[in-house]
Design a protein around this ligand. Structure first.
Ligand SMILES: C[S@@+](CC[C@H](N)C(=O)[O-])C[C@H]1O[C@@H](n2cnc3c(N)ncnc32)[C@H](O)[C@@H]1O
Length: 351
């Protein structure tokens, strides 16, 4: 008993989710006031929004589900093949909610003031929360409420990216890395104590659509993180399908065509782009290399590299990927790990 108390205290000390300061915001003003201005904007680029739809379209397997879109705006991102019997939106801006075509009804309620959800126990099959979890000042209470209004076995799907209204995001979110934000959301699920094991899906490193207004600032599409779990207590567990997002998009193809062609003759076996000559680091503490130069595929849209973010996260719980490397000495291709898209690029040797 004493031991359990001790370990709880330790985890309470270590995790920011137990620190009241984590929930401070730059703008502590009334949320209803902040959201009283309607924002008919896309919160993500079109490829990322497409990914959000595909995630929802894959995971929602209930026939004619009752869906709650928690913190809803003017778009619920529910793909056309899903035929819900009811979609209720809960948010703060009436004009946005009224123009949301997916909704059968809506409720205006500030869940930071009062986290109680105005719905009966076990009413919904699915609760969606898209690009909004960062604004919750009482997330554990809200996650508990989501558990209450979900049927046993029902799905709670939280999707987020790296964009936000910083003045309204909680401090813990603003100060966290993207990896840490996954852990934060997983802790909300765990702490609500009403959900089974959480699963994580990441889409990162895909090309930003060439017609996107931010294309000059960032060539990558907005990352999409999906954390989801089912409410405990279902007599039978259904296996939800694995999320598979195709990465061979037209945009990628366009980007490749305009990519600077290097004079190299070695092409990547995964994307067919020329590999770049790369000088191995001259660092005695680093791994030893059996040649002074390697060839690496630095195509940021190479499917091998794009797919790697998710596979590596599943295996290592870290945001990293790998690029395809060719060793001219043994003439073998192998992966080389990279923690970010720009890693290793300083070693490229122009020929
Ligand atoms: C970035 S928008 C996302 C809207 C929508 N979920 C989407 O994916 O497009 C954040 C939404 O959270 C809602 N929201 C923010 N704070 C809220 C609060 N305290 N209570 C209820 N809803 C809130 C706002 O109404 C707003 O529509």
């Amino acid at each position: 008993m004493k031991e359990a108390k001790l370990s709880q205290n330790r985890s309470q000390r270590l995790s920011p989710i137990y620190d009241p300061r984590s929930y401070e915001r730059l703008d502590e003003g009334d949320d209803s006031l902040f959201y009283s201005t309607e924002r008919f904007v896309e919160h993500l680029d079109s490829l990322a929004l497409n990914t959000v739809e595909m995630i929802i379209g894959t995971l929602v397997i209930e026939p004619e589900p009752k869906i709650l879109d928690l913190m809803a705006g003017w778009d619920s991102h529910i793909p056309a093949h899903i035929k819900p019997s009811e979609v209720v939106g809960l948010g703060l801006n009436e004009k946005e909610l009224r123009s949301n075509k997916a909704l059968s009804s809506y409720v205006i309620k500030d869940i930071n003031r009062d986290p109680e959800l105005p719905f009966g126990e076990g009413y919904f099959d699915v609760v969606l929360n898209t690009v909004s979890v960062d604004y919750l000042t009482k997330p554990i209470e809200v996650f508990k409420e989501v558990g209450r209004v979900l049927k046993p076995g029902g799905l709670f799907l939280v999707i987020f990216s790296n964009r936000m209204f910083p003045q309204k995001a909680i401090r813990m979110w603003r100060e966290a890395t993207e990896d840490e934000r996954i852990i934060i959301v997983e802790e909300f699920f765990k702490e609500a104590r009403l959900f089974g094991e959480t699963k994580v899906f990441i889409s990162k490193g895909r090309p930003r659509p060439s017609d996107d207004k931010y294309i000059d600032m960032c060539k990558f599409s907005d990352p999409v993180y999906a954390i989801y779990a089912e409410k405990l207590g279902a007599p039978l567990r259904r296996e939800r399908p694995e999320i598979v997002i195709p990465y061979l998009t037209e945009t990628r193809y366009e980007a490749q065509k305009t990519d600077k062609q290097g004079p190299l003759h070695i092409t990547c076996p995964h994307c067919g782009m020329p590999m770049k000559k790369w000088q191995v680091p001259d660092n005695p503490f680093c791994q030893t290399w059996d040649n002074d130069f390697m060839y690496i595929c630095f195509n940021d849209f190479c499917p091998y590299f794009v797919r790697g973010w998710e596979l590596m996260y599943k295996q290592t719980f870290q945001t990293m990927s790998y690029r395809c490397m060719f060793n001219p000495k043994n003439r073998r291709f192998s992966p080389i790990p990279v923690p970010s898209p720009n890693a290793l690029k300083e070693g490229i040797v122009e020929e």
